[in-house]
Design a protein. Structure first.
Lengths: 334, 302, 326
């Protein structure tokens, strides 16, 4: 093609781009910035999407996935308005926030149930007690507990293949605290992965496998995996919507939070977004296969937000096995 | 005489054997790429549609699209190319033509190889400290473009140096003999002939940059953004606006990574479709460089 | 050719002023001729120097930030423990901070990648440069470069979902995550780094040298291997450097396909973590950013830079020996 033709094509392309872009990117409204855990992300994404639809684009919401750690760093520097957190704020982060004068609301918004999954052709496991799990997963089990019958003698003498979350994730922290009694105390010789899909695949491919995955990854793969009932002291309970909401699936129901910066909450769009979040989280969480909190929990959260009660109920370290109402009964402290 | 004959036949057989081996080696690369593309296409081709290309992300896989993602990628790559290519070629020219061969230049050469090996996430961490916080460029397209430019710079510099080094000395000497100054020699004699190798470096570098996820997440690229950066023009004087460089954004690899981590199979299909679109975008981006290289390699007549 | 500009502003013939009309406004007196030219040359040289210096600035920035953030880490963990402990579990309740498992993971994965990429890449380059017809070469080259355009996330899942099961059929007992699988895929990914840059270098070798060799009765293979490759050695070495660097710095493929468990082993058929995968895992994870677990990624990054520096220094000294001048 001659130079002239190229020029004409280029001009036409530029005109098309101008036309389309001017049409699409016209809104200039305020932005609500959210960042943090990729576990909480699906819920926040759903809320953000519905909120933008409800406001017809007058308010815009952006959501990042820097991780709970990276998100808190930005949150405590005042760069984001909301933090998605799969664990409560820890003492180092509390100090960082205090240093910058950031006060925050701690609002639980959904449950994630850690599901113990086995291969469908696993016929011997009906339920697991916390003692069983501890025997399998504690640091002392490394290299020693390698067969099923070492956990319970009535189980077959077959290799025990373990799958679980990587050591940097909130899932790992919560599971180890709930099962072994101390956060991050775990054996090292299991198949760890950041990607829960590959854990699902691994368990589904190995007859002798056992692993812990978030409920959201178990649900769509019900055909490939079998969930195990967990006996937290009051009899075996299967992970399911009802059991989690009622609070009987303990201690492996972990609450997911959002933290809202008090300074940002002064802005009307942020206030609206948080209220919208608490009102709609129950429905939207279920749509993305997460588990809702009981109704009361959201109402208490909204009250707290209205009244301006900032702070955390956890004192800078995680706790496991607490039903959400217990958490919300406590008085939040900075 | 018979000895020589057997020697020649053996050598010729070797030659034919190597020709076959070379063809096989080349085909291995080609076939694996084809397998990858077919794999992606089998999963995702059906999903690529006008709706997919013009929708924003969504929790419903069927409604989710890559509009904000491909616009973000295009803008970020624009800045990366504008930053990395001139800087890289200029550095390559200096290091090869102007710098005196001391231990310092040797150190720079080793250093460049080092920089090429630094994992991209480390560039992201550095960019977070320097671009986002120190220079206050924010979590914006500009920061992303500059971060990726830093990532790509060593590749472009190394390839440019090699391309310039490969031009025979006779060409340089001919230019000097006719009275050209150094810069004239570089601009009119060296660069045109080394453009082919430089183009290869640019192609490889930009292709790598377009597929990066981790450093951009670190500097604050988003996973959900349902609007586009503001357009680069405005109704008032001076009619050109650079607001878009400071805008929040997302890029294609992040969307892909986000979707492929979800449990639902429909999101995996979306991820495959996005992968196909990304490869197509890379082809377009590299297209100019490939074309230039083709034209220039025809000119290499020595 | 534009040699005409080399002459000082002299007689402005009609043809020159028609082709470059701005020459009608050229300066005279103190602003003319050699002085301006020398000033311009110096200015251009300074600009180019700044560009080259930018690479030094980047290195200083990188090493600076790694070192600065590692200081609190090394205050808590003695260097001897860092270098000799055989376990890397900084995120566990009972932390161990031995970098050896990560170093082993990085080395083994890179080695596997190179075993794939170097032969395939070099042979491909020689074939395309010396044997293949022009059309084929110009068509295959950009197609191969497309291998670098595939996002690393796709490669990671390719390794996990296609390569690993295939290998498991060949090698029964291969675990679902392994360095072999990740290394193979990284090797394929860096083939264009090796082949394209080498091929450019070989194409640039003057035809006269090849013709001299053919005139002596050498076969294409002999010419390629004994004449062209040694002449292009500098470029081929640069191609290898780019390939190795890319393999060492690869993150996503290993993070997805090699497993996340640091494991001190030299057997590629086991899962392991590399330094890069660990850095990504922690920096995008849920760890608070002031903790020793988070700071360990900077120490790991510093180690990686030290490793690559040693390799590149060795490579550079080797290249010095074999540099060909013609």
């Amino acid at each position: 093609m001659t130079k002239k033709r190229w020029l004409i094509v280029a001009v036409m392309v530029i005109i098309t781009v101008v036309a389309l872009w001017s049409g699409a990117g016209a809104q200039q409204g305020p932005v609500v910035r959210v960042d943090g855990s990729s576990t909480v992300f699906p819920v926040t994404e759903a809320v953000a999407e519905e909120f933008q639809k409800a406001k017809r684009g007058a308010v815009r919401v952006t959501v990042g996935i820097s991780g709970t750690g990276g998100g808190f760093k930005k949150f405590c520097r005042g760069e984001i308005d909301l933090q998605d957190a799969s664990r409560p704020i820890l003492s180092e982060e509390m100090t960082a926030c205090a240093k910058q004068g950031i006060r925050y609301y701690e609002l639980p918004i959904a449950y994630d149930a850690l599901t113990l999954a086995v291969n469908p052709s696993n016929s011997w496991v009906r339920s697991l007690t916390i003692t069983d799990l501890k025997k399998m997963w504690e640091p002392a089990a490394q290299g020693k507990i390698t067969r099923w019958n070492q956990v319970r003698p009535e189980w077959p003498d077959a290799p025990l293949k373990l799958f679980g979350a990587g050591a940097d994730s909130g899932t790992f922290d919560y599971f180890t605290e709930a099962v072994v009694g101390k956060a991050k105390a775990s054996r090292g010789d299991y198949t760890a992965s950041e990607d829960d899909n590959s854990l699902v695949q691994g368990i589904a491919a190995d007859k002798h496998a056992l692993g812990y995955i978030p409920f959201a990854y178990f649900e769509p793969n019900k055909g490939k995996l079998k969930a195990v009932a967990i006996d937290g002291g009051k009899g075996p309970v299967m992970p399911s919507l009802d059991n989690v909401v009622r609070g009987t699936y303990t201690p492996l129901s972990r609450p997911l939070f959002i933290y809202v910066s008090a300074k940002s909450a002064a802005r009307p769009e942020v206030k609206e977004f948080v209220n919208f979040y608490l009102r709609n989280a129950a429905k939207l969480a279920q749509q993305v296969k997460y588990l809702p909190l009981p109704e009361r929990a959201y109402a208490i959260g909204q009250e707290r937000f209205e009244k301006g009660e900032t702070g955390t109920a956890f004192g800078g370290h995680a706790e496991v096995g607490l039903p959400v109402e217990e958490i919300l009964k406590r008085q939040p402290k900075q | 005489m018979g000895d020589l004959k057997t020697l020649i036949t053996r050598r010729k057989r070797f030659d034919a054997g190597f020709r076959a081996a070379g063809l096989v080696a080349t085909l291995v690369g080609v076939l694996i790429l084809l397998a990858l593309l077919v794999d992606l296409a089998a999963d995702g081709l059906a999903r690529v549609s006008w709706q997919f290309l013009t929708s924003y992300p969504s929790r419903f896989a069927a409604e989710a699209g890559i509009l904000s993602a491909w616009v973000g990628t295009s803008l970020v790559m624009l800045i990366t190319a504008l930053a990395a290519v001139p800087l890289g070629v200029a550095a390559g020219v200096y290091l090869e033509e102007y710098a005196r061969k001391t231990w310092l230049t040797d150190l720079i050469e080793i250093n460049l190889a080092n920089l090429a090996g630094v994992p991209s996430i480390v560039y992201g961490l550095m960019a977070l400290g320097i671009f986002v916080y120190q220079l206050r460029l924010g979590q914006s397209i500009l920061t992303a473009g500059l971060t990726l430019a830093l990532l790509v710079l060593p590749i472009v510099i190394i390839a440019s140096r090699e391309a310039i080094r490969a031009v025979p000395g006779s060409i340089r000497e001919a230019a000097y003999a006719l009275g050209a100054t150094k810069w004239q020699m570089v601009r009119d004699h060296l660069l045109p002939y080394s453009l082919g190798g430089i183009a290869t470096g640019v192609i490889i570098g930009l292709s790598r940059a377009i597929g990066e996820t981790a450093p951009l997440v670190t500097i604050g690229a988003l996973a959900f953004i349902a609007f586009l950066p503001p357009a680069p023009w405005q109704p008032a004087f001076p009619f050109v606006s650079f607001e878009w460089v400071k805008s929040p954004f997302t890029v294609m690899p992040i969307q892909m990574f986000n979707w492929i981590s979800r449990p639902q199979q429909e999101f995996h299909v979306n991820a495959a479709a996005a992968g196909l679109v990304l490869i197509a975008m890379t082809l377009v981006m590299n297209g100019l460089a490939v074309y230039l290289r083709y034209r220039f390699r025809r000119r290499v007549t020595w | 050719m534009n040699i005409i500009k080399a002459r000082a502003p002299g007689p402005l013939t009609p043809s020159v002023s028609r082709a470059r009309p701005w020459l009608r406004f050229r300066p005279t007196g103190a602003m003319s001729g050699r002085r301006v030219q020398r000033f311009r040359e110096r200015a251009i040289e300074s600009l180019l120097f700044l560009a080259a210096f930018s690479s030094v600035v980047v290195t200083v920035g990188l090493v600076g930030i790694l070192a600065y953030e590692s200081i609190p880490f090394f205050r808590r963990v003695p260097l001897s423990e860092f270098l000799t402990d055989r376990l890397w579990t900084p995120l566990f309740a009972d932390p161990h901070f031995g970098i050896l498992p990560l170093v082993a993971g990085t080395l083994v994965t890179t080695a596997v990648a190179l075993v794939v990429a170097v032969p395939i890449g070099t042979i491909t380059a020689i074939y395309l440069s010396e044997y293949a017809p022009h059309r084929m070469r110009e068509a295959v080259k950009p197609f191969l470069e497309l291998l670098t355009a595939v996002p690393t996330v796709v490669y990671g899942y390719f390794a996990l979902l296609v390569v690993t099961p295939a290998l498991q059929r060949l090698i029964p007992g291969l675990p679902g995550f392994s360095m072999l699988s990740a290394g193979l895929v990284i090797g394929i990914m860096i083939v264009p780094y090796v082949s394209s840059v080498s091929e450019d270098a070989m194409r640039a070798v003057p035809m006269a040298i090849r013709e001299g060799s053919y005139a002596m009765g050498a076969t294409r293979f002999q010419t390629a291997v004994r004449v062209v490759v040694p002449s292009a050695l500098s470029g081929i070495a640069a191609a290898y450097v780019l390939g190795v660097s890319r393999a060492i710095g690869e993150t996503m493929v290993v993070a997805i396909a090699a497993g996340m468990q640091p494991n001190l082993t030299w057997n590629p058929m086991e899962p392991a973590a590399t330094i890069t995968a660990f850095i990504v895992q922690v920096s995008l994870g849920d760890l608070p950013h002031g903790s020793v677990g988070y700071q360990s990624i900077f120490a790991a990054g510093l180690t990686l830079m030290a490793m690559t520096f040693v390799f590149n220094l060795a490579g550079h000294l080797l290249r010095r020996r074999f540099r060909e001048v013609y």
